[in-house]
Design a protein around this ligand. Sequence first.
Ligand SMILES: [Zn+2]
Length: 428
Amino acid sequence: MQRLCSPIAFLIVVLLAMGQNIQAAPPRIAGVKAVPRSIMKFERDYIAELGGDFGPLKEGQLLDLRLLSGKSYVDLELSGIQRGKESTTFRGLSFKPSKGQPTKLSPNTLYELRVRDGGDFDVVADPSAKAWVLLDRKKRDTIATERLRDTRNKLWETPTPEENRAALKSYEDLFDKIKAEFPMLTFVRQETEFFIVYTDMPAGQIAAYSANLDSMYQQLCTLFNIPKDTNIWVGKCPVYCFVNKEHFMHFEAKLLDNPATEGVQGLSHNSSDGKVMTTCYRGNSPVFFAVVLVHETAHGFLHRIRSSGRIPPWMNEGLSEWIAQVVVPQSDHVQGRFSEALPILRSQGSLGGDFLDDSGRIESWQYGAAAVLTQFLISTDANAYRAMITAIKEGYSWQEALDVTFGLKPEELAAAFGRFISVPGLRP
Ligand SMILES: [Zn+2]
């Protein structure tokens, strides 16, 4: 006969089981919805004065506008400015009626504005003034270039059509070398708006992975407030993908001069000239391969944001793990890595001592923590997260960037993250 436990004992067992579950499961990784670009304290130096004779917005002025939706308008004649309370703020713009052109635009739809002979400006919300401001790009670029000089990094410029063509040709040239190196394999080439996949996978398998890449692209554009039709790459982002590990390793060693690929399923090759490419092999787990592909390509995306400035490993891996989990929700990869990390975080009471360092790499068990830490920062304030990455890309140290966006010191970040994952008193 089966012995039934008493209702109270049963309840305790259930509560214990629930408690374990609650503690073992990582906080859910979820994508972001678009949040308005709101000005952060460190960006206030770039606010353009609008009033007077020298302001960029004057009636009769011709403007080129780009909307967050990606739509653009050229030569709109400004007929009215709905000003805010301060001389730097505005709440709306009106335009002289013209066929097929809008007569009014709300600032919350605007991304950038070019004033004929008057400079380029970002349109950013200023919630404290319940209005919008223009940020002077030239001024901002000058200051960022100066900051980046110490670390020999540079702002990316929009590639010229020639540069795009040359990059695309170099991707094709590498594909030709691959075909010559592996005459026994049959390769296909599949191109989407922002990616070119070169692979010996069966053609029917490629579409789903390409869709993952497109989804990653859209989600990162949303996170970083980049209009979705923007091409962030030089040319496109090529992805060279082999079915088998041995072919991938041979390709890396022979054609890319990289013999150190043992234990590696994918790589993001980021060049100082701005070109990036993803290389990988499929292996036998379609879901895990999808994670690898998105993870590596996200490193390339991050390389292409704003400048060549280096993002510290915990943020870089954290974002790549985070976006891979968002795009491939059927994977339990982050959950597995976080379950591995949690007992270590608890027993050590710290993220590992060197987790937040700028240099080196984070250890395998720390990837789960990095992903959940990224979720913590993005869900706390996605606008501050965007601004933090931008600040690093403009030459701030990550500690300064964390401070001017989230208002946290590294120890405070560790402690706040500890509270988020129920590990009180967590240290860096
Ligand atoms: Zn990585």
